[in-house]
Design a protein around this ligand. Structure first.
Ligand code: F6R
Length: 610
């Protein structure tokens, strides 16, 4: 997830572009750059790190001109270095991009065969070369962009300028967001409304598969096929703060809603649907020989530890490989028996958590192979690992992790399917059911968030004042119970415990009375009957039950004081859906109490102390 901006008009544009990027910095911040047409040439300045570094570089090398593009990067392909920073230049073309080009490897080969030198590791530079090649064939900029995009598979929002066509900006999008800003004798483009709000409130949201050509006085929208599109600008009356959160009250709520997109991005290019398989090179296994692995250690903290617990279930069930799950902070407190033949999978959103980093160092010292599952490209843990499987969730701003949890689940399931297929422990028919089920999930997640939101908000209001809350689940619903409890604790400061439903009778049942809401996660899966038994035990002690159950489960509706339903999916996929109402529950309880949802007390997004 990167941020892009563009300007064409009569003013000097470098300051506006930089300011627009500042407003988009929440979308990514590992490098940034501008390209500005000075009337004769396109000049580029790029810098690694936060925007402040780009500002310093621009102070040393000012860019003059009134047509330009800018980019703030959240690396997906290629490490955060200056050569990988945008804008990318090929011949007369400068281009910025947000998204992922899936067929970049094949296109790179074709481009190199045509004698072009590709300098960076990015998928974006390939698009710049394609546009340049079409421009060299005599096409104008808009046509060159159109022809290039027909060759590209994947997601993109791009902004392009050409040395040969000063005063023109061409933009296009598919899946990634792009907004046009209509000014007086000037036009803007940006990834999101916030980038443009100080400059104009007349905006047009570009739709997938559309191209817009902007000049100082005009804008023209067409489809990729060339059909004209008529769309009147809308007036946007959001405050700047609202706009940054895309109209949501908090980043956490925005990020809960972003999960379908984050999951789609994490799966993109990694599923081989034809062969019901997963592509090794796309999940960080290019340099790891799975046939030499006898055992797996999943190491993580907090929410990432909960996804690791689900990961153990996947790896053992689908790949039949012995798997341990370790709290990173405890791993070094034992003299763990670990070494050659062991694969450590370190799960970390930030890739910087010190406990996890130290555990990885220890495991490496003892000869284990390490695969990192991380969200921040180029962060410390993937840097020292033998392979990295990145979740493409985009920057997570809310301290309470939501979209990174579901994308970690996806990464662990992909890994398990891949290993299961290699070890012949997962038959192709079952693999197909999972692969197809995964591909359908983003849509189902969207429906669950939209369909349960109001009910969960009402339930949160009714039960929000409870002092203690229990979360129960069995099998794959046990880590979800832990995660539901952690979310509630960290943002609403309500005491909550997640328990394996079968463990309740060994202690926590003593807590239950009519003042304790018990959230029972009970999808129709292989553990269903036993979970219903546990629910009856709670009921017999007057506990109030909030059931998270499968649509059509009348038993759950009858037994639960509240019942929140999810659609029926493969057992392995239930956590992706059951976690959503729990995230929303924590959010609405906290919002109702008025706590600081995005920055709860005492917590930090990245924990770099032991
Ligand atoms: C809870 C949460 C934390 C993190 C934990 C590990 O919502 O976000 O529990 O999961 O601090 O962080 P990472 O995944 O960055 O290693």
């Amino acid at each position: 997830m990167c941020g892009i901006v563009g300007y064409v008009g009569q003013k000097e544009c470098a300051t506006m572009l930089l300011d627009g990027l500042r407003r988009l910095e929440y979308r990514g911040y590992d490098s940034a750059g501008l390209a500005v047409h000075d009337g004769k040439e396109v000049k580029v300045v790029r810098a690694v790190g936060k925007l402040a570094n780009l500002a310093t570089a621009l102070a040393q090398t000012p860019l003059k001109g009134s047509t330009g593009i800018g980019h703030t990067r959240w690396a997906t392909h290629g490490r955060p270095t200056e050569v990988n920073a945008h804008p990318h230049v090929a011949g007369s073309i400068a281009l910025v991009h947000n998204g992922i080009i899936e067929n970049h490897v094949a296109l790179r080969r074709q481009i190199e065969e045509r004698g072009q030198k590709v300098l960076s590791d990015t998928d974006t530079e390939i698009v710049a070369h394609l546009v340049n090649l079409h421009a060299k064939d005599g096409n104008d900029l808009e046509t060159a962009v159109r022809l290039a995009l027909r060759e590209v598979h994947g997601t993109y929002a791009i902004a392009v300028i050409s040395k040969d066509e000063p005063g023109k900006l061409v933009v296009s999008k598919t899946a990634s967001p792009l907004v046009l800003g209509i000014g007086e004798d000037e036009m803007y483009a940006g990834s999101d409304v916030p980038a443009l709000l100080p400059y104009t409130r007349k905006m047009i949201f570009l739709e997938d598969g559309e191209i817009a050509t902007l000049t100082q006085k005009s804008f023209r929208i067409t489809t990729l096929e060339g059909a004209p599109v008529e769309r009147a600008p809308q007036h946007i009356d959001w405050s700047e703060m609202m706009a940054e959160k895309a109209g949501f009250k908090h980043f956490m709520l925005k990020e809960i809603h972003e999960q379908p997109r984050a999951l789609e991005d994490t799966l993109r290019g990694r599923l081989d649907r034809e062969n019901a398989d997963v592509i090794a090179a796309e999940i960080g296994l290019a340099n790891i020989d799975i046939s030499k692995i006898d055992r797996i250690y999943l190491i993580a903290c907090g929410t990432s530890h909960h996804s690791a617990l689900a990961g153990r279930y996947y790896l053992e069930k689908l790949a039949r490989i012995p798997t341990n799950v370790e709290l990173a902070s405890e791993f070094r407190n034992r003299d763990a028996v670990i070494g050659k033949g062991d694969l450590v999978v370190a799960v970390s959103q930030s890739g910087e958590t010190l406990d996890t980093l130290m555990a990885v160092k220890e495991a490496k010292k003892r000869g284990a192979t390490v695969l990192a599952i991380a969200n921040v490209i180029g962060s410390a843990i993937p840097r020292i690992s033998d392979g990295a499987l990145y979740t493409h969730a985009g920057p997570e701003i809310g301290v309470a992790s939501t979209k990174c949890f579901s994308t970690q689940l996806a990464a662990l399931l992909l890994l398990s399917i891949y290993i299961g297929r290699r070890r012949n422990t997962l038959d192709p028919k079952r693999a197909r059911e999972l692969v197809e089920g995964l591909a359908k999930l983003p849509h189902q997640m969207k429906d669950v968030v939209a369909g349960t939101k109001q009910l969960v908000a009402n339930v949160a209001r009714r039960y929000g004042d409870a002092r203690d809350v229990l979360f129960l689940g069995r099998g794959l619903s046990f880590p979800i119970a832990l995660e539901g409890a952690l979310k509630l604790k960290e943002i609403s400061y309500v005491h909550a415990e997640g328990y394996a439903a079968g463990e309740m009778k060994h202690g926590p049942i003593a807590l239950i009375d009519s003042a304790v809401p018990v959230v029972v996660i009970m999808p129709k899966d292989s553990n269903y009957d036993k979970t219903v038994g546990n629910l009856q035990e709670v009921k017999a002690r007057e506990g109030r039950i909030i059931a998270i159950a499968t649509e059509g489960d009348h038993e759950a509706e009858k037994l639960g004081d509240e019942a929140i339903m999810i659609p029926e999916v493969e057992e392995e996929l239930t956590p992706f859906l059951t976690v959503l109402p729990l995230q929303l529950y924590a959010y609405y309880v906290a919002d109702h109490k008025g706590t600081d949802v995005d920055q709860p007390r005492n917590l930090a997004k990245t924990v770099t102390v032991e």
